[in-house]
Ligand binder design. Structure first.
Ligand code: L34
Length: 286
């Protein structure tokens, strides 16, 4: 039976680190970091996530603001709002919660957020720096997964890591971070032939597809570490991941639950990223 990686407890520890740091930053730079979160429309899942982000920011003592915009806002009006926040010296981090309504081009939105305020690490400049091994903002979800792996003390060097999913937000940056730790990395996806066989090679298996029950226990190598990034709702509205927890937890050495796994870590790492953006800007000004 696998050990559970408690994302809730670990995210609390990360938030406490940030909470300890905020007063020191305020003493050093004369003000607190400030995060602005924008939500467009009324997607209920997104509303929960953004509220948790603002709540976490308040907990750490940093400044935060939630901007709620109507679903029918024009793309131009949203971009104008972002440009205004880009220019506002009191704002350190800007996050526009995804997904956006269909009439808004997400790529345009991501490109418009100033690179130095891009707490998500989605801006092309941040992505380039990540892949070039330069200083950058690491996207929150894969950063949270790395923190989980470090906490359980799993050795990555020379191990087989399989990432299932190739999104810009999770799969691709996840693969790069594992590669940086000298894992042998495979990226699998919906067109992978014999996904089970590929997954069974994994010492560390990260699943980020968005398909409930995609990975079952028979696809997990005995003793593997299994990280479930999936966030799905079943017919009863209950949250579940991409991994069939009941069967996979019988085989894995460590496994993350959903909820209470990667989700809370995403939010905790956002706090870290906000501090990173704040310090970078303050140091440039000095
Ligand atoms: N711009 N959009 C932007 N940045 C992000 O980093 C995200 N993501 C993803 C969706 N869109 C985004 C998130 O914030 C996914 N995501 C996210 C964040 C937190 C949680 C889940 C997804 C989370 O807190 N999950 C809880 C359960 C919450 C509930 O009850 O619904 C958990 O325990 O897993």
């Amino acid at each position: 039976m696998g050990n559970i990686i408690d994302g809730k407890a670990l995210s609390q520890a990360v938030k406490d680190e940030v909470r300890d740091e905020v007063p020191q930053l305020e003493a050093k730079y004369g003000r607190k970091p400030c995060l602005v979160v924008i939500i467009v429309g009324e997607n209920p899942a997104s509303q929960v996530y953004v509220r948790n982000k603002v709540k976490a920011a308040a907990y750490t003592g940093m400044g935060s603001e939630l901007i709620e915009l109507p679903a029918d806002i024009s793309e131009e009006a949203l971009l104008a709002k972002i440009r205004q926040l880009n220019e506002d010296p009191a704002v350190d981090g800007i996050l526009v919660q995804l997904p956006l309504p269909k009439h808004i081009d997400e790529e345009k939105v991501i490109d418009t957020i100033a690179r130095e305020k891009d707490v998500d690490g989605f801006h092309p400049g941040n992505v380039a720096n990540l892949w070039l091994g330069k200083d950058c903002i690491v996207p929150c979800t894969p950063a949270g997964v790395m923190r989980m792996l470090d906490t359980i003390g799993v050795e990555l060097k020379g191990k087989n890591a399989v990432v299932v999913g190739r999104s810009n937000i999770v799969g691709k940056p996840m693969a790069k971070l594992l590669l940086d730790r000298h894992a042998t990395v495979t990226i699998a996806h919906s067109r992978t032939a014999d996904l089970g066989a590929v997954c069974r090679t994994a010492d560390v298996l990260v699943v980020a597809v968005g398909k409930a029950g995609l990975v079952t226990g028979d696809m997990v190598k005995p003793g593997a570490v299994v990280i479930d990034v999936g966030m799905n709702r079943n017919a009863e509205g209950k949250l579940c991941g991409d991994v069939d927890y009941a069967s996979a937890s019988q085989v894995a050495s460590w496994i993350t639950p959903v909820p209470g796994g990667v989700g809370p870590m995403t939010i905790a790492m956002l706090m870290k990223n906000t501090i990173h953006c704040f310090v970078s800007r303050m140091e440039k000004k000095a």
